[in-house]
Design a protein around this ligand. Structure first.
Ligand SMILES: Cc1cc2nc3c(=O)[nH]c(=O)nc-3n(C[C@H](O)[C@H](O)[C@H](O)COP(=O)(O)OP(=O)(O)OC[C@H]3O[C@@H](n4cnc5c(N)ncnc54)[C@H](O)[C@@H]3O)c2cc1C
Length: 306
């Protein structure tokens, strides 16, 4: 295998942030993953799987070990089931299934990244997530043994899965679609893309920095005392982290090249020269302000590799 050395990871993240990795390889099939993993094991190197790099902040010092960029792009659609490699780009999967009159993944429209990254973080929106469309996931466990799992065993919750918890490496998955109203599905995709275009920043980012809060985990009297009408959160039972950040007037707050987006308060954007240090410092600042003001602890949705 030809491992590249000293590769700048900023080229592989949507934030355009990240120092060099010692070793880097892009794998195209499962055999190559197994070979890369074997090499890392024999050479006592840490492994960082990388998909689209759209949910990650990598240290300015980079990563000590082997980054495996998952280019597993096999996509097979039979009947109403798609088998997608971990590296299949989600938007491509949506288009390919719609082209075959299959609906089911429209809720993911506009979410960047790959199938593997999306399963690991149980990505989603509008109350739907990857767990809803999966029927089987094949992965390498902590001993790098090949296993497969049904979604019912995968501990899926809001932005959480067993793959994230145990650092399993996702190889491919089966997803279930259904025949449906394609015109309506395409219209929905277009609407969602437009909505994102209008409401999300266009500068480099890693999407939402913080998870939204469960309404039941929060002492709402503290929020009400600060003039927040908490009944607006009852429908989805979630308090958007961005709402609280905005309510505190933090939009536009800048540290170095990292800025809380003026458009969406749960986004930090790279205004040009942001470092991971800038982003981490801004994250800490936000968490402290929110804790002091509302007595709640924000948790990162984004993966910090620091
Ligand atoms: C503009 C923008 C909007 C976004 N909107 C949303 C949204 O609405 N909803 C939402 O949920 N997310 C959103 N995100 C976040 C992100 O797009 C998703 O979390 C996405 O699913 C991440 O996939 P990825 O391939 O880019 O993962 P990466 O960023 O490459 O990786 C994320 C984590 O998963 C690990 N990983 C990647 N691939 C694998 C694999 N095959 N096996 C095991 N581990 C793996 C990585 O090591 C890393 O820890 C948004 C991001 C951006 C930039």
């Amino acid at each position: 295998m030809k491992f590249k050395k000293n590769i700048a990871l900023s080229k592989y993240t949507t934030f355009q942030i990240g120092g060099p990795t010692d070793y880097f390889i892009e794998v195209k099939n499962i055999d190559e993953v197994l070979e890369a993993v074997k090499w890392a094991k024999e050479n006592k190197q840490n492994i960082l799987p990388l998909g689209g790099g759209s949910n990650i902040v990598i240290s300015d010092q980079g990563f000590r070990g082997l980054v495996i960029k998952l280019g597993l792009d096999r996509l097979e659609i039979r009947g109403e089931t798609a088998t997608a490699g971990a590296g299949v780009v989600v938007s491509y999967l949506i288009n390919q299934t719609l082209d075959r009159d299959l609906v089911g993944l429209e809720f993911m429209a506009g979410i960047p990244g790959t199938v593997g990254g999306a399963i690991r973080g149980n990505a989603g929106t509008y109350g739907q997530s990857m767990a809803d469309v999966l029927t089987e996931v094949r992965f390498l466990d902590e001993k790098y043994e090949l296993r497969s799992m049904k979604p019912s065993e995968a501990l899926f919750q809001y932005r959480h899965s067993i793959f994230k918890e145990k650092k399993y490496l996702i190889l491919e998955a089966d997803l279930e679609f259904k025949k449906g109203d394609i015109d309506a599905a395409r219209k929905l995709v277009d609407e969602r893309l437009k909505y994102r275009q209008d409401t999300q920043p266009h500068q480099p980012s890693a999407g939402c920095i913080f998870k939204n809060l469960n309404l039941t985990d929060v002492d709402v009297t503290k929020l009400q005392a600060k003039g927040i009408d908490t009944t607006q959160f009852e429908k989805f039972q979630k308090i958007p982290a961005g709402y609280l950040i905005d309510h505190l007037g933090l939009k536009g707050k800048t540290i170095g090249g990292a800025q809380i987006s003026e458009k969406h308060a749960n986004y930090i954007v790279n205004t040009g020269q942001a470092t991971a240090d800038d982003v981490i410092t801004l994250i800490s600042f936000i968490k402290q302000q929110i804790r002091d003001e509302y007595g709640v602890q924000l948790q990162e949705e984004v993966q910090l590799i620091i």
